[in-house]
Design a protein around this ligand. Structure first.
Ligand code: GLN
Ligand code: ZN
Length: 762
């Protein structure tokens, strides 16, 4: 028997119902009751979608109002005391406080840390544990939702984060201890939850253990085995889900765990699929994740079918067919797209369509030759062919330009030391120069105007007039705060990647292709379907205009090639490195045009630099090489006097600091405030050679930082980096903030810089 299932379904809803419901609740516009009702509806729709697609099992536990790891922390009672209401139970509001950094009384407290989910652009709330952490079953959504699905008549497979992965992701804010010491007590709560699920009549539960695709210390491997020996409930079967890579040295561990099934990522782990099929015991279920959960391309069904048949020959036990990983990373429903070009649309599959692919593969494998299945296969074969040969995909001139890149194009005219002197003369900035990272609050009015222009409801002239007014406002404001290097505020940009994608050839856009990024925030990644080139300058007009309004330097603002690549859905018929070089060349032309327009400071954002890092150390160097090269290719075209900035956020840099230095930006601004400058620990062993602006306040929270707080953080920074190479800035763009808090925060920030100048740290 072949069973079809997904490793998880997106929770946002085809129309971002989740976002709308939760934000209305946060604003106090709706009651908790209404919120709960909205959640039930989203889940019901998701189950229906999976069942209609023909999947044998529907997933439960993949729904969350903020983040599934945060939900799980609440379930396990991992709630730091600062979020607790004395004597009250852990509820939805507790979860929101943890995600959003709110105290039960008073307004604010430090939010829990947020971390990128493996190498995706999803962010989870880091579980905060202590050495004496006690776990207790404290929040029951997983049980309630399972019951909900069962009552609605579905075949249900609850999904929960596996104990090893959960512990691996957990962090202590204050102490260093062996997290594995918590495992015993943790497993007790798992057993309690599993027992409850079993007693509801659940047959299979999926425990996600993606860390089996990481480099694991041997003691973790050993504990893996022990943990799963303990996690046994009579009558309940466990499917371990591994994804995001190959198992490699964890292969034996994963296959030998005392569980009833193992799921593998057959996209990234394609090369070891046969070995796995041979090795896995015939009394175990092998779930093959053959439909890519991380892209939007149609699966080549015939080729997948061939692979699955091979697997079937090698593995004598039961076979399940699935997505490589959760479909959380894919948009919800291609059918919603009404404006997408027909040809391109025919090449795509979103979560709902991927479920049909999974189900169709399973049916075909079972020998189903109904017309319905045949038709799916036929249409699929046509689409695969059309994409392979389309002239919209392949442009010789672009491929040729990439092949002609030579070494000299990767290097600035002089070294940093020389450039720094030239720039000092040219820019004449004070010590501890202040700046922001690009965007200013994007008000409802700004969004309305952008939309109106997009929908052809206002003229280009009216649109430009409005945007220029906005630019005037932010320039005036920045002069008022007395910032040193200004920005134009990016009012014309909906999103830092989409904006550039729309102006480049080779990109396509969806109307509803949203993917959750963190909490209620979603992104709509562009689709890179073909060779990339820049038909026209993209930012120079706005930057020139902004510069004309002030004597202070105006930063040009670009999104780096790597980030554009990482935050798009890339084509899967070309190496990532090559796509990246194509984009980098287009940006190089833009950098040159900005310089020609007398923009003397240019920031190239690369917030995705670390996220692009492969999960396995052995793959790092080759990635870092081309990642750094792509940045240098874009940046190195300028004169010494032009100052190149880069910006990165939400990352741990310690392990890539040398590559970041190798990017050779004159100034880097980075995220640090949420982690109390922890990030700067990297500099104890490596002295970053150029200038650096460690973000002094967390723009992801509405809290206004005090002058003292920022001065203290900068002092900390000055103890690690020579003060004369420090900048003062927030840790990211301000577009999600309101004006009131932005005004207050930036006034304080400039005050902090002035105080630092007086202290004579330099
Ligand atoms: N320049 C961008 C902005 O300010 C940077 C955003 C980011 O790094 N994510 O919005
Ligand atoms: Zn940022």
């Amino acid at each position: 028997m072949v069973i079809s299932h997904s490793v998880g379904f997106p929770r946002i809803g085809a129309n971002r119902e989740m976002k709308k419901a939760v934000e209305a609740y946060w604003k106090g516009q709706t009651s908790q009751e209404e919120l709960i009702k909205a959640g039930r509806k989203i889940r019901e729709t998701n189950w229906q979608t999976q069942a209609n697609a023909g999947l044998d099992l529907v997933s439960v536990g993949d729904f969350a109002w903020y983040d599934h790891i945060l939900n799980w922390s609440a379930t396990l009672g991992v709630v730091p005391p600062r979020f607790k209401v004395q004597g009250a139970e852990t509820d939805l509001d507790t979860i929101f406080r943890m995600g959003r950094g709110r105290a039960p009384v008073g307004e604010s407290t430090a939010a829990c840390e947020m971390t990128k989910w493996f190498d995706t652009n999803y962010h989870y709330i880091t579980p905060e544990v202590q050495a004496k952490q006690q776990f207790a079953f404290s929040y029951h959504a997983i049980i309630d939702e399972t019951r909900e699905a069962l009552n609605a008549g579905y075949q249900v497979k609850p999904i929960i984060p596996g104990p090893m992965t959960y512990l691996w992701l957990a962090k202590s804010k204050t102490e260093d201890f062996n997290k594995l010491s918590l495992l015993g007590n943790l497993l007790e709560v798992y057993l309690e939850v599993l027992q409850k699920l079993q007693s509801l009549g659940v047959e299979w539960v999926q425990l996600d253990e993606p860390i089996l695709c990481l480099d694991l210390p041997s003691v973790w491997k050993a504990q893996f085995v022990l943990a799963y020996e303990k996690l046994k409930i009579e009558g309940l079967k466990v499917m371990i889900a591994t994804y995001f890579g190959k198992l490699e040295d964890n292969l034996e561990t994963a296959l030998d765990l005392s569980v009833e099934g193992v799921h593998v990522d057959a996209i990234r782990g394609q090369s070891e699929l046969k070995v796995i099929a041979e090795k896995v015991s015939p009394d175990k279920v092998l779930s093959v994740g053959i439909v890519n959960g991380r892209n939007i391309w149609k699966n080549d069904l015939n080729s997948s079918l061939a692979t699955l048949k091979e697997v079937q020959n090698l593995h004598k036990g039961q076979l399940w067919i699935s997505s490589s990983c959760s479909l959380l990373h894919s948009p919800v429903d291609l059918d919603s797209e009404k404006k997408l070009d027909d040809e391109i649309k025919s090449w795509l599959a979103f979560a709902k369509q991927k479920c049909v692919e999974i189900a169709s593969l399973a049916k075909k494998l079972k020998g189903d030759s109904s017309q319905q299945v045949e038709q799916v296969f036929q249409e699929n074969a046509q689409a695969i062919q059309s994409r392979k040969h389309s002239s919209r995909v392949h442009k010789d001139s672009v491929k040729q330009r990439v092949s002609q890149i030579d070494e000299s194009m990767f290097t600035r005219k002089s070294d940093y030391a020389v450039r720094a002197e030239v720039q000092k003369q040219a820019l004449n900035l004070p010590e501890f120069p202040t700046t922001t990272l690009g965007s200013f609050p994007q008000t409802a009015e700004i969004r309305k105007q952008r939309r109106a222009f997009k929908d052809h409801k206002i003229s280009e002239a009216d649109y430009a007039h409005f945007m220029k007014k906005e630019i005037q406002l932010v320039v005036q404001k920045q002069e008022g705060y007395d910032l040193d290097v200004l920005v134009h505020g990016e009012p014309e940009r909906n999103d830092m990647v989409e904006y550039f994608g729309e102006l480049l050839d080779g990109f396509a856009f969806t109307q509803y292709g949203w993917v959750q990024s963190y909490g209620s925030r979603c992104v709509k990644p562009p689709i890179i379907y073909g060779d990339v080139q820049r038909p026209n300058p993209m930012t120079t007009e706005w930057s020139k205009y902004a510069q004309s309004l002030t004597k202070r330097p105006m930063k040009g603002m670009l999104t780096g090639a790597l980030t554009i690549l990482c935050w798009s859905f890339p084509r899967d018929d070309m190496e990532r490195s090559e796509i990246c070089m194509q984009i980098a060349l287009a940006l190089r032309d833009e950098v040159q045009d900005l310089e020609k327009s007398e923009i003397t400071v240019i920031q190239i954002d690369e917030p995705a630099f670390r996220e692009g890092l492969p999960l396995r150390k052995s793959d790092w160097q080759s990635y870092l090489d081309w990642a750094v090269k792509s940045f240098r290719l874009s940046a190195s075209v300028v004169e010494d006097s032009t100052q190149i900035h880069t910006h990165m956020c939400y990352s741990e840099f310690n392990d890539v600091i040398e590559s970041i230095a190798a990017m050779d930006a004159d100034v880097i601004t980075i995220e640090t405030s949420r982690s109390d400058m922890e990030l700067l620990d990297a500099f104890e062993h490596f002295s970053y050679p150029n200038e650096i602006g460690p973000g002094v306040y967390d723009i992801h929270s509405p809290n206004v930082p005090t002058v003292q707080w920022m001065v203290d953080l900068m002092r900390k920074a000055a103890s690690r980096v020579p003060a004369k190479r420090l900048w003062v800035n927030p840790d990211c763009g301000l577009k999600t903030r309101g004006w009131e808090e932005t005004d207050a925060a930036l006034v304080n920030m400039v005050d902090a810089a002035k105080q630092l100048r007086q202290e004579g740290l330099v």
